[in-house]
Design a protein around this ligand. Sequence first.
Ligand code: SF4
Length: 448
Amino acid sequence: MKEKEYLIESEKAYSPLNAIEEASRCLLCHDAPCSKACPAGTNPEKFIRSIRFRNVKGAIETIREANILGGTCARVCPYEKLCEEACSRTGIDRTIDIGGLQRYAIDYEKDCGMKVLEAPPATLEKVAVIGAGPAGLAAAAGLAMIGYRVTVFEAKEKAGGWLTYGIVPSRLPQYVVDYEADYVKSLGVEFKFNTKVGRDIAINHLKAQGFDAVCIAVGLQGAGALEIPGADLEGVKTAAEFLSAAKPANGNIDIPTNVVIIGGGDVAMDCAATAKQLGAKAVTIVYRRTIEEMPASKTELEFVQKLGVGILPNFKPAEVIGEKGKAKAFKAVGLDWKDRNTSVEVSDSVIQLKAELVVQAIGQIPEDISFAGLEAGGRGLAAADSETGKTKVEGIFAFGDIVNGGKTVVEAVARGKAAAKAVDEYLSSRRIGSTTSKEVAAGKEGAR
Ligand code: SF4
């Protein structure tokens, strides 16, 4: 059955013995560089030490306290560019498998039905979070852990954003995302699905409903469209159209024999893996620069190469050739790069590939947030403080992909955590201000 490979996690999990063995390779570095390299502030040295000494609960606490999406990040983080790149063991033989050990601990938590986080009673102000992607989930969890009453408004029917509607399940199984979204719910966060703020409910109504702060954590959607002949043919899709059709259907979609993917990032890799695992015979990634310059993580690139996906570097799209309105072939022209920014087309280097499906994974565009009345930050993004998410509109915070244009999942988690802290500072100071003014008023009353 073709969906089987697509739905089953490709990376093998550690057994308890193997996890301890791997953890025992750690040098327990003083001032561990791995721990400084995690955007979400997870402390690998600490959780690896816990696993090594068979304290898995301690490891889970270290991970969860730093990252509510610890199981997701264990699978999708570009470790080789973050904590594993910093690992001192690399100089001796090979890096510690930090991602694999993080996954081991979080899987153990789920398998044992353990819950290490407990939120205090929700007695503080009401906060609305718009968007249930990684940034929104991290902010919601952070606020709930302080005692805020949090409601997440999500336009789609499930939480997770790109985790649910994009990333290939053989890399990130859906049960992992569902489990972590449920974790956020178990902290007392309320979810309102199929509710798009700006369409189903106005932002002013949120204020009228007593929300004291609003967090905008919507993400990106669609993709930049190809401007080449044949781009409007049937069979030419954006990455979002392709992946969001495949995932909710558990891979039960029609895939043609020949597929071309345009782009070189992780989204392009997800498209390629999806097409290949769902039965396409020939899948080719066309990228305009060299393989070394691809922004995709090394792990993802190696994964699709192992699946047998072909890569055509230094070629740019020229035309989609159709027959009776449907895509049949894809034409690309070679590029000769003079320097990083200058290239010339090589006229005698033209290639034509059979392609009944052409997927454009060439950058996404921000969701429409005109409903919020925020200042624009360029390219349709929101203008907000890149650290705290503060905007020029009082009580409205914006963070994650909608501000930075889309980075890694762990970066979105980091931004959500920082925004939760900023919202808490804002509401705490407002509370103190209002208590002080009440005291002043009471003092005046008493003096009369
Ligand atoms: S840098 Fe590597 S060896 Fe050092 S503590 Fe971190 S995981 Fe262990």
